[in-house]
Design a protein around this ligand. Sequence first.
Ligand SMILES: Cc1cc2nc3c(=O)[nH]c(=O)nc-3n(C[C@H](O)[C@H](O)[C@H](O)COP(=O)(O)OP(=O)(O)OC[C@H]3O[C@@H](n4cnc5c(N)ncnc54)[C@H](O)[C@@H]3O)c2cc1C
Length: 420
Amino acid sequence: MRKLNHISIYAFTVRAIHSQIAIIGGGTAGLNVSAQLVRDGHFIPQQIRIFEPYKMHAYQTGWTMVGGGMCKVQQTMKPMEKVLPKNVCLSDCPVVRIDPEQNTIITMDGQKYTYDQLVVASGVQRDYASIKGALQYLENPEAPVGSIYYYRYAQKIDKMIKEFEGGKLIFSEPLTKCEGIPSNMVFLTHERLSARGVKCDFHVYKANDTIFGIPKYSEILGELAHEKGLHCHLKKRLIEVQDHKVIFEDVETKQLFTSDYDFLHIVPPQKPAAFIADSGLGDSDGYVNIHPNTLQHVRYSNVWALGDCSSLPTSKTAAAVMAQTPVLIKNLIRTWRLKQSPLPEYQGYTSCPIYTSNKKVLLAEFKYNKQLDETFPVFQSSDSKAMYLLKKHFFPFAYWQLMVRGLWGGRDGIRLFKGI
Ligand SMILES: Cc1cc2nc3c(=O)[nH]c(=O)nc-3n(C[C@H](O)[C@H](O)[C@H](O)COP(=O)(O)OP(=O)(O)OC[C@H]3O[C@@H](n4cnc5c(N)ncnc54)[C@H](O)[C@@H]3O)c2cc1C
């Protein structure tokens, strides 16, 4: 038998890995920020670290078209390494904690990372589980329950529409940060079923107290719903899904009532990732608490946020991200490199293109305080074919061909960097 003469004890310490820029989330916002930082020559890719556990990047906007039978789910996903800027550092373990006092990030495997500047772009989580029974029926291929907010359930909705033979359709919406997205599914489903001559009874239940938060668009959508014979019920929140039966709660009186259904579309409640609040970066709802015009964190000057996870009081859309990105980058460079104050340049711009049929789109564009901020007013007095062409054909092209290369400035068009 071999004898051990001595035992060496090795002390393992986990060394923190440093990056100048840390970006949490490789979704639309994280990708857009990293692409523009590299494109504009502010950083070499190796100075940027992106934390993103998913292998595929999703163009979530396309899931409406998947549910509406207008594109395949494969057209809405690309491998992360194909879309992120070449040579950025990628950590594929989810972030579980940030210590903003020590400029430190900790991932689920216990690895520590440090940063000079942090951009939080972790989106929102879709909380189907908060509606009793929802996941069970969404996962059951035989149950007529779907949702465009997750690609598999969007594929299911498309199949449900194709196979639907008539009856009562229910579309539920919680209090949401973008009221335009759910309306897409109502109108697209109506269009497809009408074209097949299927007899339908459409009911939309919204927890919000208006059809759309901006009076002009609320009126247009209300008229269209009336013309198409859709019934709209406000201040009603879905709380339980059963077999062909749903339970709603009146948001004000808290009274419960039930309805039967033959087709159910669910918009899930959405919430920010828990690590934001756990790290002391959240507002009272857990969103990253940033200044609404500069995008800088209210307490930590080297922490920034944009997109769905941010506290910005505007509709959460990819279009909003396109308007937020240049402001965030400018202010990050100004404060860190030039030692100047951030500029309050973001005024809440957002945009919701809403399919009102499979030929027309209503393009809603607005900013803070419900003010209209329209780019093509002549086409935005109602739904239009021109906006349809923009949404169906041009926006996906701009996303995959221009945005991922840092070349897309949203409504400013193709970006030519002019300095900060
Ligand atoms: C069905 C649907 C239709 C839509 N239609 C439109 C539209 O027509 N027009 C429009 O402008 N917008 C639309 N949107 C909204 C748009 O997709 C979002 O606003 C946009 O994706 C937000 O970008 P984001 O980067 O903030 O979040 P996301 O794109 O969701 O990215 C967040 C990323 O963070 C990652 N992440 C989360 N937690 C962690 C963690 N702990 N550690 C590391 N990474 C983490 C996630 O994996 C994810 O990849 C639509 C959305 C949906 C769902």
